[in-house]
Ligand binder design. Structure first.
Ligand SMILES: *Cc1c(COP(=O)(O)O)cnc(C)c1O
Length: 223
């Protein structure tokens, strides 16, 4: 494994055109983020509000912070002032709360719809049928202070590549359906966020256009 700088350079050189890198810096110190920043990385992903707030305050202001973990409704207000993209829009209730806080703040916040396809209860998100129902309900049309920009999903943690591919294809399929039905005229609905350190190559093959990579750039996390 190379240095953070080498890893960032390698990703920049090897990712296909049109695929963005969200460098997942959760549990890693500010120095590590600064090193990646100095190598040209601007998008960083965090999954805990209490960790993100000081990092956002201490690090360069042109970082695009993405929130990727389960977001509790009572913490939304702390990140809404500055967050660039919330990948983990995992329930109708959370979307409404993000909208409410964004309105107070005078912002429109970009959010992805998180889809639950993995065979693990611990993962969150809308089940595909639930998501179709939510979209059909039209509730989201009332949320003028969020902008739905795509979908996010995770595959099951397994060695079974066929299962991973099948799950990624399901996520990409949901993206295509929703895009076609509701956002065909909206250029901003464009993100299919899939793929982490162990499976990002498969994810890209299945149509991911933003990958969320932590360990492969920053090393193992110390919890
Ligand atoms: C931690 C995390 C990642 C990054 O995982 P790595 O295996 O370290 O690349 C990606 N997405 C989400 C939602 C995460 O919580």
């Amino acid at each position: 494994m190379g240095t953070i700088t080498e890893n960032i350079n390698q990703y920049k050189a090897s990712l296909p055109q049109g695929v963005k890198l969200c460098a997942v810096s959760k549990f890693h110190p500010e120095d590590s983020i600064q090193e990646a920043y100095d190598a040209g990385q601007r998008i960083f992903g965090e999954s805990r509000v209490q960790e993100l707030i000081p990092k956002q305050q201490n690090l360069p202001s042109d970082i695009e912070w993405h929130f990727i973990g389960h977001l509790q409704t009572n913490k939304v207000k702390y990140i809404v002032p500055f967050i660039s993209l919330i990948h983990s829009g995992d329930s109708a209730k959370l979307l409404s709360e993000i909208n409410r806080c964004a309105k107070k703040e005078g912002r429109v916040v970009d959010v992805l719809l998180q889809i639950h396809v993995a065979k693990e209860e611990s993962k969150s998100g809308f089940y595909p049928a639930e998501l179709q129902e939510y979209m059909a309900s039209g509730q989201w049309r009332e949320l003028h202070n969020i902008h739905l920009c795509g979908v996010m999903g995770m595959a099951t943690y397994t060695d079974d590549q066929e299962q991973i591919v099948s799950e990624f294809k399901t996520i990409r399929g949901e993206f295509d359906k929703i895009k076609q039905q509701y956002f065909s005229e909206d250029e901003k609905f464009s993100y299919c966020s899939m793929g982490m350190s162990d499976d990002y190559l498969l994810a890209i093959e299945c149509g991911s256009n933003i990958i969320r990579v932590g360990t492969d750039i920053f090393g193992e996390r110390k919890y």
